[in-house]
Design a binder for this molecule. Structure first.
Ligand SMILES: Nc1nc2c(c(=O)[nH]1)N[C@H]1C(S)=C(S)[C@@H](COP(=O)(O)O)O[C@H]1N2
Ligand SMILES: [Mo]
Length: 453
């Protein structure tokens, strides 16, 4: 008996992983009560042949394949909208056509892992995340005004021109990562843009230290938290509504790595990335790094702007039942981003010549406020691991590039897995854990399918 497959294999894995396994593996009966029938490790010749056909080659390490996990060869980038089949590629001035649109209004686009192969992410490949409308390009960048007010002794209103003159410029290579990066890996689906791993990039940012400007303003002892504001109009067009305004505890704000920046990779900050001037706060959700920055409000209590509170940028304190109604008392702000490692070469679905026995890998790893202690890679579904060579960061909040060479015994279908461990010992899990309604903190191991021969 064969049932017609109406849903995509990805959807089926989301909804009914056992049945998906049965379909992918060509198991004869979906309703068999023999628990071993259809288990990957116990596949007979017919099932294995069907699976091999599905992924395009023999699977030398089939016995190790975890049940219920969609093969990397079948995993696709998330479509922009449920109605659309397959990825929608970005068409935006100055941007690489390989970026994938994951939201159209507001415009959101991610960078597939293989386009993050540069040590410094070029402007053309840097992901885009907007919550509101994209403002018009500023005509006189140096006349742009930024206010520092609230719990300060001297309220400041500086133009960008003054900022450049009064404070010492510094350049830092830092990761900017959306708080929702990895959201698409949650089951059941979490609300929001369905990022895979591409809501991140690492650029050279030039600007002045936030702390230098704060010193000039004189922060009062009553200061507790900040509120960051940008000039982008609300999607509704209502001039009174703020698009997004998040902030950080004053201790984080004072970190000397935080910058008010006007240049990215040595170029004037592009409008789409918040030009002429934005904040860059390393290691924390990208949403605190306000684009089109026009105000830093120093507050005597936690901030309450749009994007703060409820389940926005917040994770469960005690694990909750996935998909359940949230208990609002059980949430805390997502602060440091979790460890993530990605394979940037080869790309998912790469075919290599028959007889290839060694594969060279390149990747990147980063870990929010922490550093990357190690990266390990596996070609046999996690049975054995090889330690990668991890480079040192250029400066704090930089990502760490890594390389590794792995050996494969025969031709066939392989999945290369990467698993990062941070400086505190936290390691990437197999699947996204600690489910929360808006899907923060999803950092499962990254996998790419490679077909040899
Ligand atoms: N003013 C403003 N700043 C913003 C946003 C926004 O919508 N408006 N989005 C934030 C979010 S959620 C992220 S992840 C980053 C994205 O920066 P990018 O578009 O330059 O990649 O900007 C942040 N700063
Ligand atoms: Mo974000």
């Amino acid at each position: 008996m064969t049932r017609k497959i109406e849903r995509s294999i990805e959807e089926l894995y989301q909804e009914d992983p056992e049945r998906a396994d049965a379909v992918v593996f060509g198991r004869k009966s979906e309703t068999s009560d023999d628990p071993e029938l259809g288990r990957r490790g116990f596949l007979g010749g017919a099932g294995l042949a069907a699976m091999s056909a599905a992924v395009g080659g023999a699977i030398p390490f089939a016995a190790n394949m975890p049940g219920g996990m969609i093969p990397a060869a079948n995993a696709q980038p998330a479509p922009a909208a449920p109605a659309k089949k397959g990825p929608v590629y970005l068409d935006f001035p100055g941007k690489d056509k390989g970026l994938v649109v994951i939201g159209e209004r507001p415009l959101v686009a991610e960078t597939p892992e293989h386009l993050l192969d540069d040590d410094t992410t070029p402007l053309s490949k840097f992901f885009i995340r907007n919550n509101g409308q994209i403002p018009a390009q500023a005509k006189e960048p140096d006349a742009w005004k930024i206010a520092i007010d609230g719990e300060v002794n001297n309220k400041l209103e500086l133009t960008l021109g003054e900022l450049k003159k009064k404070f010492k410029p510094v350049t830092r290579r830092m990761v900017l990562e959306c708080g929702g990066n990895g959201r698409s890996f949650f089951t059941p689906t979490a609300r929001g843009n369905q990022w895979t791993n591409g809501g991140a990039g690492c650029a050279e940012w030039t600007g002045v230290r936030v702390v230098d400007v704060l010193k000039a303003a004189g922060v009062k002892p009553s200061a507790v938290f900040s509120g960051h504001y940008g000039a982008d109009p609300h999607l509704s067009g209502d001039a009174k509504r703020v698009t997004l305004s998040r902030g950080v505890p004053i201790k984080k704000l004072m970190d000397s790595n935080n910058l008010i920046v006007w240049a990215m990779n040595g170029e004037p900050l592009p409008n789409i990335h918040g030009g002429p001037v934005r904040l860059v706060i390393g290691g924390w959700p990208g949403s605190v790094s306000a684009k089109w920055l026009n105000r830093i409000w120093i507050r005597d209590k936690e901030h309450d702007g749009p994007g703060m509170g409820q389940t926005s940028y917040r994770v469960a304190i005690k694990p909750m039942v996935p998909g359940d109604k949230p208990d609002m008392k059980n949430f805390k702000d997502l602060e440091s981003m979790p460890i993530r490692s990605i394979i940037t070469s080869p790309s998912n679905g790469t075919k290599l010549a028959a007889g290839t026995r060694e594969v060279k890998l390149r990747g990147a790893a980063w870990a929010g406020d922490n550093t990357v202690r190690r990266v390990d890679v596996s070609t046999d579904f996690g049975a054995t691991w090889t330690r990668a060579n991890v480079q040192k960061p250029k400066n704090r909040f930089d990502w760490q590039r890594w390389t590794a060479t792995v050996k494969v015994p025969t031709d066939g279908y392989y999945e290369i897995w990467t698993r990062g461990t941070d400086s505190k010992g936290a390691m990437q899990p197999h699947t996204a854990g600690n489910w929360n309604p808006q899907g923060y903190g999803g950092n499962p191991m990254h996998r790419v399918a490679v077909l040899i021969g």
